[in-house]
Design a binder for this molecule. Structure first.
Ligand code: 26Q
Length: 817
């Protein structure tokens, strides 16, 4: 057999058409004349995939033959968004494919609309993982993204009577053309049972005798770099019952029990947990974490040659921990090295400490994961023993350094004793990692100073910062083709992979023709959003309105409530006759936000936003002036339409609570101005774009601390500000709940008597800054000037730069092209 290299189909319109028809016939079993939209979408996607295959196989072969150090990105979430356009763009096929479909009489937009986005993540952390694997491929760094192929991703959100209702996200119903199942590469993952010691030819050793197993079946997805011929792999694991479950049918004769056991095993990858803070410590969640961490680590180790010297493992791989979700992989790697590969503990630990690095994505103490020793002991008894030993040796080192400082020992122990004995996963991650990073400058500083100060002192040089970024391919080029063309006309090509080059736009900000063209792109993006919204939700986006967007998960710390108070204030000022409607700047407020299903207060806030919208939108007194749209089921696909259309980006978290934010970057890069607090990456955005091009308000993080220390009494702020009083009173009066005062009473009393996120303290400053926004928007040309400078100065926020920082500060993995 000739070992001919695999080649893709001919790169021509004809070649594309031929391959498309072949796929339609052979993969779907239909003729063009008999095909439906789903058939055509599938055949089209398979054709794009065919072009990328040859590259993929070639790159995998290259990695096998001449291995270099790569990154295993371990993430429980990947919020990918639709794949079709991205893969067309990366392979340079967009024009050919468009012409080919036209030649077949097919509207390519109809095909695009068929794709169901894989929503395998909650929000920022999952979307960051998707941006990072895009940049890794574009920089030609060998990488496998490891995660879970949830059968159901983040729930589909609808509203009933203004309240959130969750529906299952059955994204796989019609299958996915982008995945390659590899059942032959399945791995057996074990749980439960007990541990024992035994005599291994004179050496005493421990081993794990598990109680039950599941199969982890890998599904591969292409991750193509942008026009560079490099293709990495995303490998997601799906849980399948092992044969032993089936055997029980015969052994026990209890058919129903056997099926129940099978269901139990396959539940592991059934559904994404929709919580993104205050994790509940549920057993199934721990099963998910161990399932994918163990499968991924085992998968990597198995690819090494039989005679591989494991002490050189750190020269081959870095396991990047996307938050603490895969941290159970640490004792798992130790177990494999010590129990299975029979390495000495110290040697294994030296390897492990070099092979892991940990990214923290939060500052909220309630969001730090802990697992009860009780649960760990039942589910993963050997890993728990290993955690205990890691902790003992670590605390010995602490004692050696500080003596018997029991307070310090208790504070630094990986095991906490109260309220229940449990494992602090962030501490385990920190002790086991070569580097620990936060996700924005401020966040990394607070991580060092407030969350892990003892560890920062104990491990000088371990802590670092890598500010987040977003992929310009998806969030500028694909989401905003109008702006992309304008940029390329001005500064030429090359900026998409070298985003700092956007700086060259600064001089164009002074050019009136360029400003006019830039403004027209924004207007066209608003018209496009208007079409999408009419279609999807029956909303209209009016011409001439300032489009004010707050899209992100619903959380009290993100303070959608502050936004509501602003809207109610504007409304109340008009209806009370204090301001003439004709004197206010017309604005459309657009919200998108999912609340965790069990997060009661977040759901109440969703209800309130919808209720305020219903009243405001129907009131003739503010007609043409104020509109409130809450678009249900906000997701990546919708983000790509909302963000390019927005004028104003709301980034209004309480200072010190938002680790970074990445939506803030997407908006600024698409020419929205930001109104925001001094929090997360907002700090760096403002530094870069300049104070005069950013609307800053609210307390700084030290001011927040100081107010807490003095004793925060929200009711005093209520008393002191007439606008605030009137806004809250209006909500309390039942004006937005058909006269029923009880509906939003819990929100009102929470604000007045608790207000953990200091909404009332920042209210006055927020309202004052919003007045400046209105004034600024009145001068359209000056606004456009500032918007262009936002684009020009935010090149830093490319995820390519983030990945370069990871390579330089943490991974030390050179590009291979
Ligand atoms: C943990 C245990 C059990 C169940 C769920 C979870 C869980 C799941 C998701 C905990 C947290 C998350 C997601 C967190 C997240 O998205 N954090 C965001 O990360 C972004 C990327 O770094 C930052 O920009 C945001 O500031 C941060 O909130």
């Amino acid at each position: 057999l000739a070992l001919a290299p695999v080649t893709g189909p001919a790169s021509s319109v004809d070649g594309f058409v031929r391959q498309f028809l072949r796929n339609l016939n052979h993969e779907r079993g239909v003729a063009l004349s008999a095909s439906n939209d789903a058939d055509r979408y599938f055949a089209f996607a398979l054709t794009v995939r065919d072009y990328l295959m040859a590259r993929w196989l070639e790159d995998l072969r290259r990695q096998r033959e001449k291995p270099s150090k790569g990154v295993a990105y371990l993430s429980a979430e990947y919020l990918l968004g639709r794949q079709l356009d991205n893969n067309l763009l990366a392979s340079g096929l967009t024009d050919i494919a468009t012409e080919a479909m036209a030649a077949c009489g097919i509207d390519i937009d109809e095909l695009r609309a068929q794709e169901v986005e894989p929503g395998l993540g909650n929000g920022g952390l999952g979307r960051l993982a998707a941006c990072f694997i895009d940049s890794l491929a574009t920089l030609a760094v060998p990488n496998t993204g490891y995660g879970i192929r949830y059968e159901y991703g983040i729930f589909r959100q609808t509203f009933e009577g203004g309240q959130q209702v969750e529906q299952p996200d059955a994204w796989l119903t019609l299958g996915s053309p982008w995945e390659f199942p590899h059942p032959e590469a399945s791995r057996r993952i074990s749980f439960g049972g007990h541990t024992e010691t035994y005599d291994d030819e004179g050496t005493p050793r421990s081993r794990w005798v598990p109680g039950w197993h599941v199969q982890a079946v890998p599904y591969n997805y292409l991750v193509p770099g942008y026009l560079n011929g490099w293709v990495n792999t995303l490998r997601l694991w799906s849980a399948k019952a092992t044969d032993s479950f089936d055997l029980r049918v015969f052994n026990s004769g209890d058919y129903e029990e056997a099926v129940r056991a099978q269901t139990y095993a396959e539940n592991i990858s059934k559904v994404l947990y929709p919580e993104d803070s205050t994790p509940q410590g549920k057993e199934l969640r721990l099963q998910q974490q161990y399932f994918f961490a163990a499968a991924s680590i085992g998968d990597f180790l198995e690819q090494l040659p039989d005679d591989f010297d494991l002490t050189t493992l750190p020269d081959r791989i870095i396991f990047q921990l996307n938050d603490t979700h895969p941290v159970i992989g640490v004792p798992e790697l130790m177990r494999v090295l010590v129990d299975e590969k029979k390495l000495e503990w110290d040697a294994a630990w030296a390897i492990t400490q070099k092979c892991f690095a940990y990214t923290c994505h939060t500052l909220l103490p309630e969001a730090l994961e802990v697992w009860s020793v009780d649960l760990l002991g039942r589910l993963l008894p050997r890993q728990l023993e290993i955690i205990y030993r890691i902790n003992e040796e670590f605390l010995d080192e602490v004692r050696e350094r500080y003596g018997d400082d029991e307070m310090r020992i208790r504070n630094m122990s990986i095991i906490s004793e109260f309220p229940d004995r449990s494992v602090r996963m962030a501490y385990l991650a920190t002790v086991a990692s070569s580097k620990v990073n936060g996700v924005a400058k401020l966040h990394s500083q607070l991580l060092r100073e407030k969350v892990l100060p003892d560890f920062n002192e104990f491990y000088p040089g371990k802590f670092t910062n890598v500010t987040n970024g977003v992929t310009p391919r998806r969030f500028i080029r694909l989401a905003n083709p109008g702006l992309s063309d304008l940029i390329t006309e001005a500064i030429g090509t090359g900026w998409l992979t070298d985003l700092e080059r956007l700086r060259e736009l600064e001089t164009y900000a002074e050019n009136p023709d360029f400003r006019a063209a830039f403004a027209e792109v924004k207007a066209a993006n608003k018209r496009r959003l208007d079409r999408v919204m009419r279609d999807r939700d029956g909303f209209e986006i009016s011409d001439g309105h300032l489009l004010d967007a707050m899209v992100k998960r619903l959380h009290e710390y993100k303070r959608q409530m502050l936004k509501v108070l602003h809207i109610v204030t504007e409304y109340e000022r008009v209806v009370s006759g204090r301001v003439a409607a004709s004197d206010i700047q017309p604005r459309t407020f657009i919200f998108g936000a999912k609340a965790a299903p069990g997060y009661v207060m977040a759901k109440r806030i969703i209800h309130l936003i919808n209720a305020v919208g219903e009243v405001v939108n129907a009131d003739p007194r503010v007609e043409g002036r104020l509109k409130v749209l809450f678009t249900p089921n906000y997701n990546v696909t919708l983000a790509e339409r909302v963000i390019p259309a927005a004028d104003l980006s709301e980034q209004i978290s309480l200072a010190g609570k938002e680790a970074s934010g990445t939506g803030n970057m997407k908006f600024a890069l698409n020419g929205a101005l930001t109104i925001g607090t001094d929090d997360g990456a907002n700090v760096e955005i403002r530094e870069l774009v300049g104070d005069e091009n950013f609307f800053l308000f609210g307390m700084s993080e030290p001011e927040v601390e100081a107010l807490w220390a003095r004793g925060y009494k929200p009711a005093e702020f209520y008393q002191a500000d007439e606008n605030l009083r009137r806004a809250i009173d209006l909500i309390a009066s039942g004006a937005f709940s058909g006269g029923d005062k009880s509906v939003f009473e819990p929100i009102v009393s929470n604000l007045l008597y608790d207000d953990r996120f200091m909404v009332l303290a920042d209210y006055s400053s927020y309202i004052a800054e919003q007045a400046k926004v209105d004034a600024a928007y009145a001068d359209q040309d000056a606004w456009t000037h500032a918007a262009i400078l936002n684009v020009a100065r935010c090149g830093f926020f490319s995820s390519d730069r983030s990945i370069r920082d990871y390579i330089a500060r943490i991974w030390h993995t050179p590009p291979v092209l």
